[in-house]
Structures are given as structure tokens and as C-alpha cells.
Write a protein that binds this ligand. Structure first.
Ligand code: HSE
Length: 446
């Protein structure tokens, strides 16, 4: 006799048994009773697809079927939910579409896949009445999707900002605190399993852009708009600017920012930015992530936790499995919508603002021929409509040996277009001795 769906164990098929898959398998086994108590029934992995079957057998032991064909898992008749833990945006899309077409719920931590193909995949999930859950896709251990989608539903979200890539935060922390070189710090992050298969995704800001795209969709009720995000990583960041920022009372963090502007447009961007050294976010170090959400009713709330790691991601993947175990068999219209808003309320007219229209404070570092050029630089910027708030000379402590004088400027909020023009024109000023660096400054207050 077949057991009713609500009482028999939820049967899981896993695609991929690498860092995320193995962590999920391990935590499911270790915390079986606790998880079943919360889910109302057991959660059992029945089949796993892996490239290396011998290695997979070493992880899952006996009693779990193994295959090297992910499609077999996606369409397996005994599977209720497919966990996609393989990564990538090519075949993974096919597997998810096939699984959903076969009536299976899907859980994934694959932020690249959802950022690039999310609109299609969420539409398919709706069409087939299945869940497509992705808590592990953003800031792994932090239940930020749940916070946005459920905990903060009363609020008009004004902005979301945070450190959402563990690898780059680990690198920046190692460089600042231990004086490690970029390459060595990256190698350590890779050895610890934090980095993406292609670490360029981390250091070029792409991974953070995938995540902030998903946060923006949930915060503002807009489609997934990764293609419109402005993305800048940490590869061009200079140690000199880290030191000059410290002198001014700031730290540099790679931030993902999604901000709804009064004109209805949304800023969607990733960049290294100065954060006040006294702000809690400045103290989010190592591979930890920190996210701030500003709601009109709740005010600013902050979320902190591990941003990468095997069991840290498993924590989110299993939370999604528990949700699926609870909702399986219920009416799809009564479930929490995939992107926090019901499909009819998602506004596809919301535009992502171009880089030129982004409005923030800025930090400029201007190499000059002589210390007294500080006067000329300050006056010239003010004449270019750049609202100068503070001008200082970099101290000897901030400067590497042999460096010429550097004028440091902090501005009030100003359009990026104005700053870009001023930086470009400043290059021709007779007082200026080299390329001008500009970085955004985020005060992260209400
Ligand atoms: N490479 C990612 C990071 C893993 O470093 O944050 C978690 O998404």
C-alpha cells in the first residue's frame, strides 16, 4: 500500500555530491531526528548523480542508488524533490526544467543559474505547481530569503546592502590584517572551499551580483535582472587605497547594493566601497557575510553569518527541504511566492538605473606633484560641481615608501556621471601627477 504523501518520508534525489552535496548528505544524516521532528516526516536521499561514482559511494555509503546521469535523478519516479548541487548554468537549467516538468520540487543553491535563468525557471515552477527553493543561493547560512520573503512582508523595502561574497571578504581581511598578497589569500580561500569553481566569479564581483540580483527581486517585487547589474570586483583595488581609507576612518568592503530610488528606478550594483570603520558591517571579516535591509516600518535590520562553506550551505539547503516537506501536497497558490510577491504583483516595468545615475558619496585619491596642490585640487573639484565634504593629505603612515603626495577627497552624495567627468578632466590638471582613483562611500544609515 502506498503511504500518503504527507506521512511517508520526503524522497530526495541529489545531483552533485561535491562541497554542497556532501555537506547536505552529512547534516541530513547527523540531524535526522531533529529535522524529521521539524518537517513532520523523514527526509531521505534515495538517489545521487555524480561524475565520480567511486568517490560518491565513499560519501553516501550503501543504500543510496548512484548514477552518473543527472537526468535520471531529475525524472526519477521515486523522487519527490531534486537537490541540484552541481552548479553551472548550462545543463543545470535542463535538469531543473526536466525535474519540474516531471512534477518534482527543486532545491538549489545555484545563484548563477537563478540570476541568469531565474525568470524562466520561476515561471516553469509556477506552471507546474512546484516549489523552486534557493535559500542557499544567497549568503548560505543566513536565512535572508526567508527574512525578506516572510519576516519583512509588512515593509516597503528601501534598500538592501551587504557583504555577500565570502571569498572576497576573506581575501580583503587577510590582506588588511595579515599583509598577505592577493594571490596567496585567494589560494587559501580556494583551499577552504569558499571560492567558486571559477574564482573569477568571486574576485570580479559576479557572484555577489548574482546574489544581489536575487535580493533585489525579493525586496522590490521585480523580475530577476542580472544582465542590468553593474559589477566591479576587487582585482583593481590597491593596498594604498585600503590604507588611505583607514586614515579617513573607513574600511573597504566589496558591497552588493540594491536601492529603490524615489523615481521608481533601482540601483543594482556590486563594487568595493568605503564603509565607516565604526559601522558593524566594517567588522564583518573573514568569510563571514553581513546584510542590511532597510524597511520603512522595521528600520534597518542586520543579518550576519558564514557566507560560504559546506555545512553552512547545507543548513540552507535542508531548511528548503523542510519547507518542501511541509508544503508538499498543498495548494500552490497558498505557498510563499518564489520571489516574495505573487506573480501578478511583480512589476516588470521597474528599471535598473544606469551607472551614471547612481547617487552616492565618493572617495577620490589624487596623486599630486606637491603637498600645496591640495588647495588647487579642492577648489577645482568644487568648480566642477563635485560637492567636496573633506580634503586631506595622505599621511606617511598610509603611504608606501617612495610614494608622492596624495590628496584624499570625500564628497557628499553626487551622481556618478558628475564624478566620472571630474575624474576624467582632473587627469589633465597641471597639479595632478597620476591616475585618479574613485571609490563609492556607503554610510549604510537610515
Ligand atoms: N564563492 C561563494 C562565496 C560561495 O565566496 O561567497 C558561497 O556562495
Amino acid at each position: 500500500m502506498t503511504m500518503p504523501a504527507a506521512t511517508r518520508p520526503l524522497r530526495v534525489g541529489m545531483i552533485g555530491i561535491g562541497t554542497v552535496g556532501a555537506g547536505t548528505f552529512r547534516v541530513l544524516a547527523r540531524n535526522q531526528a531533529t529535522i524529521a521532528g521539524r518537517a513532520g516526516r523523514g527526509i531521505e536521499v534515495v538517489v545521487v548523480a555524480a561524475r565520480n561514482l567511486a568517490r560518491a559511494a565513499g560519501v553516501v555509503g550503501t543504500g543510496v542508488a548512484l548514477t552518473n546521469d543527472p537526468m535520471q535523478v531529475a525524472t526519477h519516479p521515486e523522487v519527490d524533490v531534486v537537490v541540484e548541487a552541481a552548479g553551472g548554468t548550462g545543463p543545470a537549467r535542463e535538469w531543473l526544467l526536466a525535474a519540474m516538468a516531471a512534477g518534482k520540487h527543486v532545491v538549489t543553491a545555484n545563484k548563477a543559474l537563478l540570476a541568469v535563468h531565474g525568470n524562466e525557471l520561476f515561471a516553469a515552477a509556477r506552471a507546474h505547481g512546484v516549489a523552486l527553493a534557493y535559500e542557499g543561493a544567497v549568503a548560505v547560512s543566513i536565512p535572508i530569503i526567508k527574512a525578506l520573503r516572510e519576516g519583512l512582508t509588512a515593509n516597503r523595502i528601501e534598500w538592501v546592502a551587504g557583504i555577500i561574497n565570502g571569498t572576497t571578504n576573506f581575501i580583503l581581511t587577510k590582506m588588511r590584517d595579515e599583509g598577505l598578497g592577493f594571490a596567496e589569500a585567494l589560494a587559501q580561500a580556494q583551499a577552504l572551499g569558499y571560492a567558486e569553481a571559477d574564482p573569477a566569479f568571486d574576485i570580479e564581483g559576479v557572484d555577489a551580483a548574482h546574489k544581489v540580483t536575487l535580493l533585489a527581486a525579493n525586496a522590490f517585487g521585480m523580475p530577476v535582472r542580472f544582465a542590468d547589474a553593474q559589477v566591479e570586483g576587487i582585482t583593481a583595488l590597491q593596498g594604498l587605497d585600503v590604507a588611505c581609507a583607514e586614515q579617513l576612518g573607513y574600511r573597504i568592503k566589496l558591497l552588493g547594493v540594491a536601492r529603490k530610488r524615489d523615481n521608481g528606478g533601482v540601483e543594482l550594483r556590486v563594487q568595493p566601497a568605503l564603509v565607516p570603520a565604526t559601522h558593524l558591517l566594517a567588522h564583518v571579516n573573514g568569510s563571514m557575510n553581513g546584510i542590511l535591509v532597510k524597511g520603512d516600518a522595521a528600520g534597518v535590520t542586520m543579518y550576519y553569518g558564514a557566507g560560504a562553506g559546506s555545512e553552512q550551505t547545507a543548513s540552507a539547503v535542508i531548511a528548503d527541504l523542510v519547507d518542501v516537506a511541509r508544503l508538499d501536497g498543498t495548494n500552490a497558490a497558498q505557498r510563499v511566492p518564489h520571489l516574495g510577491f505573487h506573480a501578478h504583483a511583480v512589476d516588470d516595468t521597474i528599471a535598473v538605473l544606469p551607472r551614471a545615475a547612481v547617487h552616492t558619496r565618493h572617495y577620490l585619491r589624487v596623486p599630486v606633484h606637491a603637498a600645496q596642490d591640495i588647495e588647487a585640487v579642492g577648489a577645482w573639484l568644487a568648480a566642477q560641481q563635485v560637492p567636496v565634504a573633506q580634503v586631506a593629505l595622505a599621511t606617511d603612515k598610509a603611504l608606501p615608501p617612495g610614494s608622492g603626495p596624495q590628496v584624499l577627497v570625500l564628497t557628499d552624495a553626487v551622481a556618478q556621471a558628475t564624478v566620472d567627468l571630474a575624474v576624467h578632466a582632473l587627469a589633465a590638471h597641471k597639479a595632478v601627477a597620476g591616475p585618479v582613483t574613485s571609490l563609492r562611500v556607503e554610510m549604510l544609515d537610515s
